[in-house]
Each structure stands twice: as C-alpha cells, then as structure tokens.
Design a protein around this ligand. Structure first.
Ligand code: FES
Length: 80
C-alpha cells in the first residue's frame, strides 16, 4: 500500500530483493514484516535474530527466508 510509508518501504524492498517465489506465503510475510517494522523504534536497525523472531510465524515452502531477512533489513534502513 503506497499510502503508508512502512508498507511502501516493505513493498519496495520486496521488489528489489525479488523475494516472492510461488507467492503462496507472501501476503502473510508482508503483513508480518510491516507489523514488525511498525513496532520498531524509529531509526532502530533490527538484528537478523530479531527479524527471524518476528517472521517465525510464517512458513515458506519455497525457502525464501534469506531474501525475506535481507528485504526487512533494507526496509528498516530505508525508514531510518
Ligand atoms: S514463496 Fe512459495 S511458499 Fe513462500
């Protein structure tokens, strides 16, 4: 959703990292990523472990976890 800065940053990072594979899990991944980044203090760069913890509720049968982690970190940098 381009009207929300966090949603826009997540969307841009997802496109940049070409995260989606089959797409099945992706709406849940994007909702979790957006909720996680909204919960973060402004300017804080989350650790990989924090990102993994926040995203742990979403199973991806395509194994896109490395790209998800990179995209969430990138979105956090873009929002800082
Ligand atoms: S992209 Fe296929 S299940 Fe996650």
């Amino acid at each position: 959703d381009g009207s929300d800065p966090v949603g826009a940053a997540v969307h841009a990072a997802w496109v940049k990292h070409d995260v989606a594979q089959c797409g099945y899990c992706q709406s849940g991944q994007i909702m979790s990523a957006t909720a996680f980044l909204k919960s973060q203090p402004k300017g804080k760069q989350p650790t990989a472990a924090e990102i993994d913890g926040a995203m742990a509720g979403n199973i991806c049968r395509c194994g896109t976890y490395a790209r998800i982690r990179a995209a969430v970190a990138d979105a956090a940098r873009a929002l800082a």
